[in-house]
Ligand binder design. Structure first.
Ligand SMILES: [Zn+2]
Length: 324
């Protein structure tokens, strides 16, 4: 039994949809991807954790920068530099075939993504420039949204504006996934009413398990699943159980709930939020610990096929469909 979960984990393609390495990196430039660092993420621990595909998030605090788009470009350069330092162990990729080729070559595939609509500035064409740099999902809002899309801390009078609809159109036409984590309820309703495309929630839990504003209500979970989208299971204790202490059992509560609500595991993925969270569940302290989640799935009697879907196949299915 012990061996089995390790074998399953090793043979699965493990995809984490949300890692905030860049946030720690900006504040502690001495801690890089290559070589051990004191935070949640580096190459050695990604390998130890069996992570094959890592989405790296570019994020700015809304009140910290004059020009978020310019800052986004700076951060993307820094990420590329840090990946270059990894001597080929990590490769930035932007399409499905390159992901598979990189993984088959036993290297880690990195995908760049942006969190927060402020990062595109107020020019719709900036989305094309970010796409050219490799952006493959945009989280429409952070906790404080923009003029065009409400965030989790905004009240529900704020929805998706006309400009927000143009953003969705542009993302759809380019092949960039729309991420609705952090988006407030009204804006998420608006997004789902406006477009019938597949959307993802990269790092969110289920509101009916824990009533955090960052978690998704049943209707939204069901609609994301109906469209073939995924929800990345988030590891932040406050989202899991409203306290500063959590275990893998709390992560499993959200996974089990979504499985029971939707009738299958097809909408379940991983979205750790490592390095974007100051506290972590017991047993999931950093990127090397993902096998512990596989062990828990195995012990909860998920089939091998279901475990592999949750670990990565579901996320890759959506990536392939939207990004190509
Ligand atoms: Zn976030």
């Amino acid at each position: 039994m012990e061996n089995n979960y390790k074998t399953i984990h090793q043979s699965a393609i493990v995809v984490d949809l949300h890692n905030d390495y860049m946030e720690e990196r900006v504040h502690h430039p001495e801690h890089r991807l290559f070589g051990n660092n004191k935070h949640h993420t580096d190459v050695a621990r990604l390998k130890e954790g069996g992570v094959n595909v890592q989405f790296f998030v570019i994020w700015t605090r809304p009140d910290e920068h004059e020009n978020h788009f310019v800052r986004a470009l700076e951060l993307i350069d820094i990420l590329n530099n840090d990946i270059d330092e990894c001597k080929g162990e990590i490769k930035l990729v932007s399409n499905y075939n390159d992901i598979l080729a990189t993984v088959n070559n036993e290297k880690i595939a990195a995908v760049m993504c942006l969190e927060g609509g402020q990062l595109i500035g107020d020019n719709i064409d900036n989305i094309n420039k970010l796409y050219a740099k490799g952006m493959r999902y945009l989280t429409l809002a952070w906790n404080y949204g923009t003029e065009w899309c409400g965030g989790a801390n905004d009240d529900n009078s704020k929805g998706l504006s006309q400009f927000g609809k143009q953003v969705i159109d542009r993302l759809n036409s380019l092949g960039v996934m729309t991420d609705v984590s952090h988006v407030n309820k009204k804006s998420l309703d608006d997004v789902l009413n406006y477009t019938d495309t597949t959307v993802i929630a990269t790092h969110s839990g289920a509101y009916n398990v824990n009533n955090s504003k960052r978690n998704l209500c049943d209707e939204h979970i069901k609609e994301i699943a109906r469209r073939g989208g995924v929800i990345g299971s988030v590891f932040y204790p406050y989202f899991l159980n409203n306290t500063d202490k959590a275990t893998i059992a709390d992560v499993m509560n959200h996974i089990n709930y979504i499985r029971n609500l939707t009738g299958n595991v097809d909408s379940i993925a991983l979205g750790s939020d490592f390095d974007g969270i100051d506290i972590t569940p017991e047993g999931l302290e950093n990127v090397s610990k993902f096998p512990n989640l596989t062990k828990a799935l195995f012990e909860h009697d998920y089939t091998v096929e279901e475990i592999k879907k949750i670990l990565g196949e579901n996320a890759l299915r959506v990536f392939r469909k939207i990004c190509g």
